[in-house]
Design a binder for this molecule. Structure first.
Ligand code: ATP
Ligand code: LTN
Length: 338
């Protein structure tokens, strides 16, 4: 089923994405993924989830995980996703994800899963805990996507390979067992798809970076945001321009562009003759403005946990209704009793 098949029937394309509740999202997660979720939610049929099953691969402390799941759900609402118009839920509350993942495991080759860059990087980083969950992580991710017959998956550039394997698994299953899944396409923004660390701009900004100065958390206060940008690593040229080798400045220009809507030419003009000090403060201020409404909404949502839990439950019921149909189809195709 190519991507256009469902669109031909006059239905809106389906968009799906998830985020792990491993800690408070960074500016990278926001600009690379969440901000696009909000944009797409106005145009498409959207399904967004907190990928809590994926987070189990790093053995989080249970009480902490419980809190982070709730916080991540609150963040999803805080960026402006409307739970009435979109489906917003917590992955583990819909059984079909784990069940389809098992079936898809049997249609995934060991060799292709071994080639995943994220698996190789994470196994190197956490050599003491290379569990099978980490290995089959992209298969669970494929299940998340395929259950909803998603056409587009908005993610940061680091997830491109996982999208490719999801497509390969779907195509293989369709070929062997007959048309079952829509082939998904990644949706990766041109600017913001890879926000880099403020301390080492050759590395992506990551939630799990142990150096707090390297990333901006969505919940950082204005003071902290200013301090972090002031200490961002740049270069010695003292000229705000986008060029090869100027990773630090390129990164700050990307961030500024995402927050203000200005393109790189306009940014270069704005800062002509000005030093990095001025530029860094302006970038920080743009980020503070961008995050302000999210932070205000977040404290409001977190003060009403009953609402969050109830909304997540209702979201899971809506998700379940769609996921169950695809799971039924897949079980039937492989010969399982239904
Ligand atoms: P971790 O550091 O725990 O591996 P992460 O920061 O990579 O986590 P995820 O939950 O794995 O975050 O990713 C959520 C979304 O954010 C994904 O769509 C991912 O592609 C995107 N994303 C993550 N880091 C960045 C970044 N630095 N720039 C742009 N997008 C990003
Ligand atoms: N692995 C993803 C999170 C994720 C996801 C998904 C993203 C889990 N399931 C389905 C898109 C679609 C990550 O961003 N690290």
């Amino acid at each position: 089923m190519e991507n256009t098949a469902s669109q031909k029937k006059g239905k809106k394309p389906v968009v799906l994405s998830c985020i792990q509740p491993t800690s408070v999202p960074t500016l990278g997660n926001y600009l690379g993924a969440l901000k696009n979720w909000k944009k797409m939610s106005e145009e498409y049929d959207c399904v967004f989830a907190v990928a809590d099953l994926h987070a189990l691969t790093v053995h989080p402390e249970p009480a902490k995980l419980r809190q982070q799941i709730l916080e991540m759900y609150a963040i999803m609402l805080s960026i402006g996703l409307d739970p009435e118009k979109n489906i917003t839920f917590i992955q583990s509350q819909v059984h079909a994800h784990a069940e389809l993942a098992w079936i898809l495991n049997c249609y995934t080759q060991f060799g292709e899963a071994s080639r995943m860059t994220q698996f190789k990087e994470k196994s190197q980083k956490h050599a003491d805990n290379i569990n099978v969950g980490l290995f089959s992580y992209p298969v669970l991710m494929a299940a998340d996507i395929l259950l909803y017959q998603a056409n587009y998956v908005p993610v940061g550039a680091d997830q491109k390979q996982h999208l490719e394997i999801a497509r390969d698994i779907a195509a293989r299953f369709n070929q062997i067992r007959g048309e079952t899944f829509t082939l998904p396409e990644p949706y990766i923004a041109k600017v913001g798809a890879k926000v880099m660390s403020l301390q080492d701009p050759t590395q992506k900004m990551s939630k799990s970076d142990p150096n707090p100065k390297a990333s901006i958390s969505l919940l950082d206060t204005p003071d902290v945001i200013i301090k972090k940008f002031k200490s961002a690593v740049t270069d010695s040229e003292a000229c705000v321009r986008y060029a090869e080798g100027k990773d630090g400045i390129n990164n700050l220009m990307g961030i500024y562009s995402c927050c203000t809507g200005l393109d790189f030419d306009q940014i270069e003009k704005e800062f002509e003759g000005k030093g990095y000090g001025d530029f860094k403060v302006k970038v920080a201020q743009a980020v503070i403005e961008e995050l302000k409404p999210v932070q205000e909404n977040f404290s409001r949502y977190m003060s009403d946990k009953a609402y969050l839990l109830d909304t997540a439950k209702k979201g899971a019921e809506k998700a379940e209704a769609i996921a169950a149909r695809t799971l039924y189809k897949a079980k039937k195709k492989v010969g399982l009793p239904i």
